[in-house]
Design a protein around this ligand. Sequence first.
Ligand SMILES: Nc1ncnc2c1ncn2[C@@H]1O[C@H](COP(=O)(O)OP(=O)(O)OP(=O)(O)O)[C@@H](O)[C@H]1O
Length: 287
Amino acid sequence: MSATSRQDTDLLPAARVAADPADAAASRAGLAELRAVDITAWFGTHKVLDRVSLTMPAGGITALIGPSGCGKSTFLRILNRMHELVPSAALAGEVLLDGGDIYDPQKRLIDARRAIGMVFQKPNPFPAMSIRENVLAGLKLTGAKASRSEREDLVESCLIKGGLWNEVKDRLDAPGGGLSGGQQQRLCIARSLAVKPRVLLMDEPCSALDPTSTRVIEETMVELAEEVTIVIVTHNMQQAARVSDTCAFFLASQGTPGVIVEHGRTDAMFGSPRDQRTSDYVNGRFG
Ligand SMILES: Nc1ncnc2c1ncn2[C@@H]1O[C@H](COP(=O)(O)OP(=O)(O)OP(=O)(O)O)[C@@H](O)[C@H]1O
């Protein structure tokens, strides 16, 4: 995954919400907190993360920022057990979803993936499948049963939440591959939502999109945070400031493993960072 649209930070907008929304959000029923505890990760003998701990508040949007290669995507993939797909990968530590470790040997991999969905950098709908089939694809993978009318309701509600319904409601049988890039990404978000995840991980979800599509996805994310905890990796500082409530700055200096230098509320991270390296990064002086 490459560095992409780091943008001019002179005109940073205020962080999404001034008050602490995570506290209020946490009280909303059904929202899940995700907590990484002492995560260390390796590819073979190469240690790429060193004892990283981070709480991602329920119903909040947490942005992971930092220069290329500092381990943001690796950390994100650890949060839903995708790291273990790489044969040389190893890991230590815990990932607690509402207090339960998703790596507990008693827990099934599929349950972790269903509870913690992922949207990737490049939109990846099933191109030959219809828009409707794309939304429902996750149900097939998880084996969930639903009647025809339940499926239709689900397609509609997920496409509404994904911010795509109005654009596709008259062509649900058209192929997903026929949509624009931004629409495909929103279709992928809708597909992720169909299995009712409690957390949605997003790995640079707008880096392949134009500014208008990016705005639409950002608006969609803010609305989604009402019902799902979101963690996003982004190189776009304006985006981090616009959408996130909390932020974590990762850094891997001179070949050392990635660590979190600073984390906290986004407005504080951008407005009055405690660490000079954070200040330098968010103000575009390196990275
Ligand atoms: N599949 C892999 N096999 C071996 N090493 C890997 C693999 N994926 C990532 N790495 C290494 O792990 C380190 C962290 O990479 P990672 O992609 O997590 O960083 P990142 O901060 O997300 O970077 P970027 O912003 O460029 O996407 C890098 O040194 C990278 O080369």
